[in-house]
Design a binder for this molecule. Sequence first.
Ligand code: NAD
Ligand code: AKB
Length: 313
Amino acid sequence: MTKEKILVIGASGQIGVELTIALRKIYGNSQVVASDLREENDLLKGTGPYVSLDVMNKEMLHVQVIRQNITQIYLLAAILSATGEKSPGLAWHLNMQGLLNVLDIAREEKLNKVYWPSSIAVFGPTSPKKDCPQQTIIEPITVYGISKYAGEFWCNYFNHRYAVDIRSIRYPGLISYKSSPGGGTTDYAVEIYHEALECQHYKCFLKEDTYLPMMYMPDAIRATIELMEAPADRISIRTSYNVAAISFSPSEIAAEIKKHIPSFDVEYRPDYRQAIADSWPQSINDSIAQRDWGWKPEFNLSKMTADMFQNLK
Ligand code: NAD
Ligand code: AKB
């Protein structure tokens, strides 16, 4: 069996840092090459190889894949929902062309596996709000959501037509303490913990009763690795899997934070991100991920909040 050599693209981002560290624990530090357009994240320094890489430069990417004997790629470089609405053309270009570059190289070099995340942002106002199923009406209203939905079908196409073993998860909003989020609508649920500790006050850009599907980063990393390690014949979804963990509103997370910091208060000042949040489901049905590869979350809101504070302090 070939020893896996993994390239993580977008390794300095919110997910990339923690996923790179987790992959290095499994495969060995030298077997996981971190790469990003921006500089190496401090948490990655000294833990393994790093290359500066632009996923839009297909030739350079191809050279790296060959030179480093890469067998798997995790593609995390993207522009997220809120930033995407400020620069729709750029978001479409990066999110689509970056993926197509990776898929083409994966096909040409016969890589063993590719991972590319989608998002609950594929869903739109016409999708069911509660317990949103895997297969349903999908009419996204953000450029980010459109790019993720199109990306899902490119993954499906490359799997069916060229047998590229590409796997994907529709992550909910991810909450983490190690690296900062990169311009999403769900970022409030990370900022709120930092502001609670720093000034016991938070100005929230969503309304207090805006329920969204969320997940704590350790669960997201475990879901990713469990999906990638599952036998190929267990993977029935080649677009992207729904996964779920927690759903809460800003007022519910604030109430949980107040248990740790009683003087904490929140001011609600919804902005353009409210319309994005309103277009997404409030909760997700992940029964197919449970059935296919045994997905089960570990963190609820109170366990996550206690863990966030323990680590942030
Ligand atoms: P992030 O913005 O924190 O990180 C993305 C990284 O990609 C950044 O470090 C950035 O410098 C890098 N990058 C940007 N352009 C690049 C390029 N041209 N070449 C190489 N690197 C480039 O994003 P994230 O939150 O870590 O998200 C990673 C993936 O997960 C994305 O596809 C995102 O859509 C998806 N996702 C994230 C969440 C979440 O809540 N974080 C939820 C759903 C889906
Ligand atoms: C965002 O808010 O854009 C991301 C996501 C849910 O994809 N966190």
